[in-house]
Design a protein around this ligand. Structure first.
Ligand SMILES: CC(C)(COP(=O)(O)OP(=O)(O)OC[C@H]1O[C@@H](n2cnc3c(N)ncnc32)[C@H](O)[C@@H]1OP(=O)(O)O)[C@@H](O)C(=O)NCCC(=O)NCCS
Length: 150
């Protein structure tokens, strides 16, 4: 996962294997995996937060992240989660386009929050998606729902 993240996070600083291991072993952390990507989220009470999502660069635009997000939403509905949050770097246009396509809306901003791989600073945009209980997950992608819980 660290190697995949290193390939995928071209602007953002990737997590180390130790960062990933300690995060996924924490209580409330949810790890969803796919052959070509993964999603790490935490859920507390009725809120979820996406901490990381990555698709291998050779497999992007084929529905991998859509499949992972669909699975997260399916599990969020089961857990009674009503809202999912995340931070995204303002310069991270692919991720912003992905979240916009999935209906996330900007609800805040943290100025110069991130230090990018090139050591420049970037703003963090706080995005949110409301989860209606009984809501269907987003429409299946061409790959179907290939995400697995881990
Ligand atoms: C963001 C990311 C996870 C998307 O993964 P993906 O598997 O390629 O996403 P999907 O194939 O499910 O894309 C679903 C939709 O999102 C939008 N989208 C995804 N990537 C896009 C891009 N580069 N440019 C424009 N729109 C994009 C499109 O609407 C796409 O549907 P379409 O391909 O039918 O047009 C991937 O680009 C990635 O790993 N980026 C690096 C890591 C990262 O920045 N993570 C987010 C940190 S907050």
């Amino acid at each position: 996962m660290a190697a995949l993240m290193d390939r995928a996070y071209v602007q953002m600083r990737p997590w180390s294997a130790n960062d990933i291991a300690s995060t996924v072993s924490a209580r409330h952390t949810l790890l969803l995996t796919h052959d070509h990507g993964f999603l790490i989220a935490q859920t507390v009470a009725d809120e979820g937060e996406i901490l990381a999502i990555a698709t291998d660069p050779t497999q992007q635009r084929q529905g991998v992240a859509s499949s992972l997000l669909s699975e997260l939403i399916r599990q969020a509905v089961q857990k009674g989660i009503t809202r999912i949050f995340l931070d995204v770097a303002a310069k991270n246009q692919p991720a912003r386009a992905f979240y916009a396509a999935k209906g996330f809306a900007q609800v805040g901003m943290r100025k110069a929050y991130y230090t990018l791989r090139d050591c420049s600073k970037d703003d963090a945009l706080l995005l949110s998606l409301a989860i209606a209980q009984g809501q269907d997950a987003p429409a299946p992608t061409s790959q179907g729902s290939g995400a697995k819980s881990g």
